[in-house]
Write a protein that binds this ligand. Structure first.
Ligand SMILES: Nc1ncnc2c1ncn2[C@@H]1O[C@H](COP(=O)(O)OP(=O)(O)OP(=O)(O)O)[C@@H](O)[C@H]1O
Ligand SMILES: [Mg+2]
Length: 147
């Protein structure tokens, strides 16, 4: 699926929409340059899952875990940002493998290429790729791996 988003609020809304299309245990990767809109997209997605807390970028915490309440089979939403991660083991050390593929959890990852070694054993990965569009505010959002 491919969407064109003219502004921040539309990117949030596309994220919210994706939350209605996923399955328990899904892992979603978010690729795109600095400032592409990965966290913005995540905010909408989390809202769609019924996360009530405000999503903040896990740039320093690496991983934020939120309870969800909009989906009968999903209890938790995990937001990861590996931008400042130096070694995959650091993410393993804070328990990422307890969440990845867990059937009651959805995991969304900014900068997934940095944890390719951890992700390679998971087949059920949805990839969201955000690129620049025709003007400063436009983004092209491509979602791969979902029917
Ligand atoms: N169409 C758009 N969609 C999303 N964000 C947009 C759009 N147009 C402008 N913006 C702006 O781009 C920025 C996106 O920031 P955001 O933190 O979501 O990016 P990011 O990809 O998570 O960056 P980082 O790599 O630093 O984590 C915001 O300042 C937002 O206002
Ligand atoms: Mg971000």
């Amino acid at each position: 699926m491919k969407y064109t988003s003219p502004n921040e609020s539309q990117t949030t809304s596309i994220g919210r929409q994706l939350a209605t299309m996923i399955s328990p245990g899904d892992i979603i990767t978010l690729s795109g340059d600095l400032g592409a809109g990965k966290t913005t997209f995540t905010k909408g997605f989390a809202e769609g899952l019924g996360v009530k807390k405000t999503i903040t970028s896990p740039t320093f915490s690496l991983m934020n875990v939120y309870p969800t309440d909009a989906h009968p089979e999903i209890d938790m939403f995990v937001h990861i940002d590996t931008y400042r991660l130096e070694n995959e083991e650091d993410l393993r050390a804070i328990g990422v493998e307890d969440y990845l593929g867990d059937p009651k959890t959805i995991v969304m990852i900014e900068w997934p290429e940095k944890i390719a070694g951890i992700l390679k054993k998971f087949e059920q990965v949805i990839a969201v790729n955000i690129t620049n569009g025709a003007d400063d505010a436009e983004r092209v959002i491509e979602v791969v791996g979902i029917e």
